[in-house]
Design a protein around this ligand. Sequence first.
Ligand SMILES: Nc1ncnc2c1ncn2[C@@H]1O[C@H](COP(=O)(O)OP(=O)(O)OP(=O)(O)O)[C@@H](O)[C@H]1O
Ligand SMILES: [Mg+2]
Length: 354
Amino acid sequence: MIRLEHVRKVYPNVTPLSDVSAEIHDGDVISVIGPSGTGKSTLLRCINLLERPDGGRIFLDDAEITAPKCDVPKIRQKMGMVFQSFNLFGHLTVIENIMLAPVKLKGASRQEAFDEGMALLRQVGLGEKMLNYPHELSGGQKQRIAIARALAMNPDVILLDEPTSALDPTMVGEVQAVIRDLAKSGKTMMIVTHEMNFARTVSSRVFYMDEGGIYEDGSPEQIFGSPKRDKTRRFIQHLKVLELAIESRDYDFPGMVSAIENYCRKNLVAPHTCNRIQLAFEELVQQILRPELGISIVMEYSESEGSVVIDVRNNGLTKNPLEGADELSSAVLRGAVSEINYSEDSGVLKLIIR
Ligand SMILES: Nc1ncnc2c1ncn2[C@@H]1O[C@H](COP(=O)(O)OP(=O)(O)OP(=O)(O)O)[C@@H](O)[C@H]1O
Ligand SMILES: [Mg+2]
């Protein structure tokens, strides 16, 4: 029902969305996850036209909403938006906040809007707060009111941008419960969230955003259980990554050793593990591999496992580099690591240090 075709959004210094295409179907509940600054909010804001995309097209039920003559206020009524910071009107009571848009924009009578508003207030468990003002409510209650207000226009889709991240932890659950009920009712929703457990359990689909777009799109089971792509896996498993590239024989060895040291310090890698990483690195690049061919090294540290997985590629080498190595170097390397494997298919030497 919502279709994005090659959507692009450019800011002066960054391009959060470089080329995004996706289809969002009726009844989809999509969690949008990813590191900070990867365009999650921008994506939602483009979909409901709070931001104009710089390229590409967006369709709602086959009507192009990015077309120049499109009636933007009308489109926006079909999409409820819920923000991190609630955005309730402070001078209006709770029930007036909810009645405002139906009366003003949809031409509902005050009685209709009131009846409908009260039903929604009860749905979010706040019927008794109808005459309170927003400042008299807790954060969790304000957010539940904001959700009720978005529902009052009976939108086709609800877009929620980090709906619980401004809340005191004790109030997160009550707001998540309201969103869960909505998801079960079949409402189409997109939810930007940093709460992975919530994303995993509430949604039918997950967008992992990175590199200027939807980097991986899959079911929660797939994205959280067996992510296909590197960056998704690193994000989901909280892996800390260090990439090193060696281009010639006179590369900066001390600089790389200190980069490894900093990486270990920053990520609280145990000192004995750090020593073994440095030893393995030194033995490999100084004694065993051929730096002049170019070496790329990717380290992934898993805090939960306390282990480091190191992928090493030496360009142009087609056989196991350990086979030609002298015995001492090979023994030192094997002593430093817990596991070592070479894959001929990928040409990757994989070291694991626990
Ligand atoms: N109005 C703007 N003007 C300039 N740059 C912007 C604007 N809005 C967002 N950006 C930049 O675009 C990038 C994407 O921002 P966005 O808010 O979409 O990220 P996000 O994925 O929602 O991050 P977070 O998880 O921190 O909320 C960021 O680098 C941000 O600084
Ligand atoms: Mg954001």
